[in-house]
Structure formats: C-alpha cells, structure tokens
Design a protein around this ligand. Structure first.
Ligand SMILES: C[S@@+](CC[C@H](N)C(=O)[O-])C[C@H]1O[C@@H](n2cnc3c(N)ncnc32)[C@H](O)[C@@H]1O
Length: 358
C-alpha cells in the first residue's frame, strides 16, 4: 500500500512538467520547413495545458499569423482535479479579470480561444486571447473537451504522463493530426508499437539522445536551475503523425563486410559475422550505426532506432516480446519460452526487428 501510494505520488508529480518555449519552436519549425502550409487555415487544440503560463499557448498565439491558423483553442485542468496538490493561487490575470468567479476558479477548467483581432491593433496575437470557465474541470475525456477535439484539425500537447495511454487512444480514435510529448519507454508498449510498425505514428524532429528539459514546480525534482527556473531532465520524445524532412533522410550505413572490418564498436569489429539470437530468427545489431546496409534478412536493433527510422529505407517487422507476444511476427522460437532476446543463453536488451527496403 505504502509503495503504491509512493508510486501514485511520483506519477502525479510527473504529470506536472512544463515544456520550454524553444523546444516547442524547434519541433514545430521542422514541420513548417517540410510544408510551410502545414497549419494554414487549421484549428489547433492544445488540451491539458495551463494557458496562463503555458509555452504551447504562447508559441501558437504569438505565431498565429505566421502559421496562418484559423483558430487556436487551449484548455486547462482545474486545480482541484489535479492529482498533485500544491499551494496554488489563481493568477492575477484571472482574479483581476471581470470574469473571475471564486466559486468556479478551483473546480472548473478554462478555455482560451484566439481567432480574431479583438483589440483592433491590426494583428492577431497573444493579446487577443479570450477566455472563460469551462462547465467541467477540463478533463480531456469530458464531453466538453472531446467536442473541441472533434472541432480541431491538429492537437498539440505534453499530456499528463500518468494518462499517456488514455490520451493517445483519445487522439488515435479520431485520425486527427497530432504532435505530443511522451516517454521514450512508451514506444514498445502494446498499444503504441503497432502504430509505429504501421507507420501511423513516428518520432518527431527532436533527437532522442539527452532527453528533454522541463520546468518543474517540485523542489525535490530539480536537476538544475537556469535563470532562476527549476528544471528537470526527462527521457521524453516527441511523437506525431505529421510529416517532417528528417524522417525521409536515409541513415548513412556501411556494408556488413566493412562493419566487421572497420566498425568503431568492439562487439562487431574483428568478428567473422554478426551474432544470431538463440530464440529469434534474426541477427543482433547492438547499435543503430552498425546496421549493415546490404543485409537482406531480419535484424534486431535498439529501440532508439525509431529516432532514425526512414520508412523508405527500412520496414519495421516486429519487436521482442516484453509487451506482448504478438509482436515477434513469427520470428520467435516459442520452445525457448524466453521472451527477451538471448545470445548464447544470455539475455539482451529489448529489440525491434527491421528489414531493409532500399
Ligand atoms: C505534463 S503537464 C504539461 C502541461 C503543458 N502542456 C506544458 O507542457 O507546459 C500535463 C498537464 O495536464 C494536466 N492534466 C492532468 N490530468 C488531466 C486530465 N485528465 N485532463 C486534462 N488535463 C490533465 C496536468 O495537471 C498538467 O497541467
């Protein structure tokens, strides 16, 4: 019980990381470079946000005209409904506004909408955002926020970590365009991996290595302080179904013979051949940059391959068993009864299986 309370508290805290402006800008720029009209005339919804201070709202509101948006909607979750309790006070923005309602402030979510020049200064920007309280608490699963999802063309957010699976399902059931942040380890879960395998979702532009830095409000979570802001590093990545250029750049790779002769990795250089798994019909490639470009069979590669995956170059054919037997695509030797990949009886890391196309 104590343990589950602890882990609930940890998950709840992980729900409250705030994304940096430059991380959003860098990621969104990649979609704009690939297709300058990607957001043109679109309605963008930012659910699970805190629009008074969120950088998602700031970025999309400030760039409303440059992106050619039709409408921006962002919603927040009521403080009383948040799992992690803090000594929260409403912002001055809220209390000094004629719409302020002390009864609703703690229990209702808020909606912010931007779609026209309200102050007649000749441009549409953050100063034109209009807001009111939602009927409910702003839960993304509510009928109210679901109706906004249905109205939107593109959904962008960093959703609560503890509800990632529910949030992804809520997005995927619509076929809307989306861009969101999730934990790196989520990609092999049984509800996520099949979407990668079917090319229905893919990694965003930002590289996976080094994780991402978020603002945190919890002192015990701080990894560094930048300009007085408490920051936490999390193994987070962007996932999306919006196209960008990096995913169409094939990895520069060597032949198998050259890898065996010249690879910088001691596990490969000087060997006669790549190792084969005992219990999967594939060769082991322990590093993405050691994938041989001329091998026609199935290869087991690290999960982080997805960061470099170019669908014109490779096909994803399966994954090792950790999150469900269904992924191995007939490559697994069931008699081994061991779901992790084995080499000479030794367990290896979780792997994806790929085959070359080019
Ligand atoms: C990881 S934070 C990210 C906030 C913001 N999008 C950002 O990146 O700056 C997730 C937010 O979702 C809120 N949240 C938690 N559960 C929610 C739910 N069921 N529906 C809507 N929002 C929720 C949290 O309180 C938190 O504000």
């Amino acid at each position: 019980m104590a343990n589950s309370n602890l882990s609930n508290a940890k998950n709840a805290k992980n729900d409250e990381f705030y994304t940096q402006y430059q991380d959003i800008e860098k990621e969104v720029n990649a979609y704009l470079e690939y297709n300058p009209d990607v957001f043109k005339d679109k309605t963008v919804l930012l659910p699970c946000d805190d629009p008074e201070w969120s950088n998602f709202t700031r970025y999309f509101a400030q760039n409303f005209e440059r992106l050619g948006l039709k409408k921006l909607i962002s919603t927040s979750y009521a403080i009383e409904s948040k799992k992690y309790k803090t000594d929260w006070q409403p912002t001055l923005f809220e209390t000094e506004n004629p719409l302020f309602n002390a009864d609703k402030s703690r229990v209702c979510g808020k909606i912010f909408v931007l779609d026209h020049d309200t102050n007649a200064n000749g441009r549409i920007d953050i100063d034109d955002l209009q807001w009111h309280y939602l009927e409910g608490d702003g839960d993304f699963r509510s009928a109210e926020v679901t109706a906004l999802r249905n109205e939107a063309d593109v959904i962008v957010t960093n959703p609560p970590f503890s509800m990632f699976h529910e949030f992804l399902a809520w997005i995927i059931e619509t076929d809307k365009q989306f861009l969101m942040i999730c934990n790196k380890n989520s990609v092999t879960y049984k509800d996520v991996f099949p979407l990668f395998k079917a090319d229905r979702i893919w990694s965003g532009r930002t590289e996976w290595s080094g994780g991402m830095w978020f603002e945190t409000k919890y002192k015990e979570d701080v990894d560094k302080v930048v300009d007085g802001v408490d920051m936490k590093n999390v193994a987070s990545i962007w996932i999306t179904n919006i196209d960008h250029g990096r995913r169409h750049q094939p990895l520069p790779l060597m032949t198998m013979a050259d890898n065996l002769k010249f690879s910088k990795h001691k596990e490969i250089r000087g060997k006669e051949s790549y190792e084969k798994y005992d219990n999967y019909n594939a060769i082991e490639v322990p590093y993405t940059d050691a994938i041989p470009r001329d091998y026609d069979g199935v290869m087991g590669v690290p999960i982080s391959f997805l960061d470099k995956y170019c669908p014109e170059q490779f096909e994803i054919v399966g994954a090792t068993e950790s999150e469900g037997r269904g992924f191995s695509n007939g490559l697994w030797d069931e008699k081994s009864k061991v779901s992790q990949p084995l080499i000479n009886g030794e367990k290896q890391y979780k792997r994806l299986f790929i085959k070359r196309k080019l």
